[in-house]
Design a protein around this ligand. Structure first.
Ligand code: HEM
Ligand code: NAG
Ligand code: NAG
Ligand code: NAG
Ligand code: NAG
Length: 361
C-alpha cells in the first residue's frame, strides 16, 4: 500500500517534470507555446498587411474562409470504404493541384484566392494545408464579432488531388447536402453551424452579372443578420433573373442560395438556424467548435502543434442587435422551427433599402 503510494507519487513527479513549459520568444518579443509556432507570427504580419488590406473583413477574407471549406471537404470515408481514394481533407491539395481541383464545378471562382495565397505560403516555407486554414482563421478574426478559431500547425505538404463531386453545390437538395456532409462526419445541425460562415459572404459566380452580391446586409460583420434575412419571404432576384442554385431574396442587392433557403426551413435544421438570431455567443462558440473539426478533416490532430495563440483576439465590441430590415415586419418571416416561435425582433426604421455590394480589392 505504502510502496504503491510512493510509486504513484514518483510517477506523478515524473509526469509533472515531463510536462514542457517551454515558451519560445518569437519576432518582436511575441511569445509562443512552441518554437514551431514562431513562423506563424511572421505569416500573420504579412497577410494582415498584404492579403487582408491591413486587417479588414473584406473580399479576400471571405474568399479565404470559403477556401478552408473547399480544401477540407475533399475527404470521403465512403469512397475509402469502396476501395477508392477519398481525398486527404485539409491537406492543401486544392492549392498543390489547383489545375485539377479548381476546375471542379463546385470550386468555381476559388482559383483566384488560391493563386493569391500561394506565393505567401511559398515565401514563408509553410505547407499549403496549414496556410489555407491559418489564412481563414486570421481572416475571420478581422470580422466584427468574429470567432477566434483554433489553429493547429504541421500538416504535411504532400497531397494527392481530391476526387471530384465532394464539394456541395448550392443547387443540391437538402438531403444530398446532408448525406455528403454526413459522410465527412457532420450532422445536419453541424452543417448549420458551418453555414454561419455565410454571414460574412457574397457570391460572384452563381450570377456572374452581379459579383460581390452578399448573402446578408452586413457581410463584414460576424453577426446574426444572415439568419434573420434568410428566413424572410423571397420577393426578387437581385440580378439577371433566376440562376441554377439561386432563389428569390427579400432585398435588392442581396443574394439567396437555394441550399441556404432549404436548410433554413428544413424540419431537421430550422431550430438550430433560428437559434442564432438571439444568441451570438452560441453562434461564435459553435462555429469555433465545428471549424476545429473542419480544419483537421483527414488529419491526425494529435500529430499537430497547437499554435492558436497566434490567431488575433477579435474585436469584442458589441454588435447592434439583430433587426428586421427596414420595410419588413414579422409577417414577412417564414419561421420554420416548430418548437420555438420566431423571436420578436423589431424592424429598422425608415423606408426599404437595398444592400450594397462587397467592393473588390
Ligand atoms: C453546405 C454547403 C455549402 C454550399 C452549397 C455553399 C455554397 C456557396 C456558394 C455557391 C457561394 C458563392 C460562391 C461565388 O459565387 O463566388 C458561397 C460563398 C461562400 N461560402 Fe459557402 N457553401 C457551403 C458551405 C460553406 C462552408 C462550410 C463555408 C466555410 C466554413 C463556406 C464559406 C463561404 C464563404 C465565406 C463564401 C463567400 C465567398 C466570397 O464572398 O467571396 N461555405 N458558398
Ligand atoms: C509545398 O509543395 C509545393 C508544390 O506542390 C511547393 O511549391 C512548395 O514549395 C512546398 N512547400 C514546402 C514548405 O515544402
Ligand atoms: C440576362 O438574361 C438573358 C435571358 O435570361 C440573357 O439573354 C442575357 O444575355 C443575360 N445578360 C447577361 C449580362 O448575362
Ligand atoms: C428540404 O427543404 C425544403 C425547403 O425547406 C423542405 O420543404 C423539405 O421538406 C426539405 N426536405 C426534407 C426531406 O425535409
Ligand atoms: C472595434 O469595433 C468598433 C465598432 O465597429 C470600432 O469602433 C472600434 O474601432 C474597433 N476596435 C478595434 C480595436 O478595431
Amino acid at each position: 500500500m505504502f510502496a504503491k503510494a510512493i510509486l504513484a507519487l514518483a510517477a506523478l513527479a515524473v509526469t509533472v517534470k515531463a510536462v514542457p513549459t517551454p515558451e519560445a520568444v518569437c519576432s518582436q518579443g511575441r511569445r509562443a507555446s512552441s518554437a514551431a509556432c514562431c513562423v506563424w507570427f511572421d505569416v500573420l504580419d504579412d497577410i494582415q498587411e498584404n492579403l487582408f488590406d491591413g486587417g479588414e473583413c473584406g473580399e479576400e477574407v471571405h474568399e479565404s474562409l470559403r477556401l478552408t471549406f473547399h480544401d477540407a471537404i475533399g475527404f470521403s470515408p465512403k469512397l475509402f470504404r469502396e476501395g477508392k481514394f477519398g481525398g486527404g481533407g485539409a491537406d492543401g491539395s486544392i492549392m498543390a493541384f489547383s489545375e485539377i481541383e479548381t476546375n471542379f464545378h463546385a470550386n468555381n471562382g476559388v482559383d483566384e484566392i488560391v493563386e493569391t495565397q500561394r506565393p505567401f505560403a511559398i515565401a514563408h516555407g509553410v505547407s499549403f494545408g496549414d496556410f489555407i486554414q491559418f489564412a481563414g482563421a486570421v481572416g475571420v478574426s478581422n470580422c466584427a464579432g468574429g470567432p477566434r478559431l483554433q489553429f493547429l500547425a504541421g500538416r504535411s505538404n504532400h497531397s494527392q488531388p481530391s476526387p471530384d463531386l465532394l464539394v456541395p453545390e448550392p443547387s443540391d437538395p437538402n438531403d444530398t447536402i446532408f448525406a455528403r456532409m454526413g459522410d465527412a462526419g457532420f450532422s445536419p445541425n453541424e452543417v448549420v453551424d458551418l453555414l454561419i460562415s455565410h454571414t460574412v459572404a457574397a457570391q460572384d459566380h452563381v450570377d456572374s452579372t452581379i459579383p460581390g452580391t452578399p448573402f446578408d446586409s452586413t457581410p463584414s460583420s460576424f453577426d446574426s443578420q444572415f439568419f434573420v434575412e434568410t428566413l424572410l419571404k423571397g420577393t426578387l432576384f437581385p440580378g439577371n433573373g433566376s440562376n441554377v442554385g439561386e432563389v428569390q431574396s427579400p432585398l435588392g442587392g442581396e443574394f439567396r442560395l437555394f441550399s441556404d433557403a432549404n436548410i433554413a426551413r428544413d424540419a431537421r435544421t430550422a431550430c438550430e438556424w433560428q437559434s442564432f438570431i438571439t444568441d451570438h455567443a452560441s453562434m461564435v462558440s459553435k462555429f469555433e467548435k465545428v471549424m476545429a473539426k473542419l480544419a483537421t478533416l483527414g488529419q491526425n490532430p494529435r500529430a499537430l502543434t497547437d499554435c492558436s495563440e497566434v490567431i488575433p483576439v477579435p474585436n469584442s465590441s458589441k454588435l447592434p442587435p439583430p433587426t428586421l430590415p427596414a420595410g419588413k415586419s414579422l409577417k414577412d418571416v417564414e419561421g420554420a422551427c416548430r418548437a420555438t416561435p420566431f423571436p420578436a425582433i423589431s424592424a429598422a426604421p425608415g423606408p426599404a433599402t437595398t444592400v450594397a455590394p462587397v467592393p473588390p480589392s
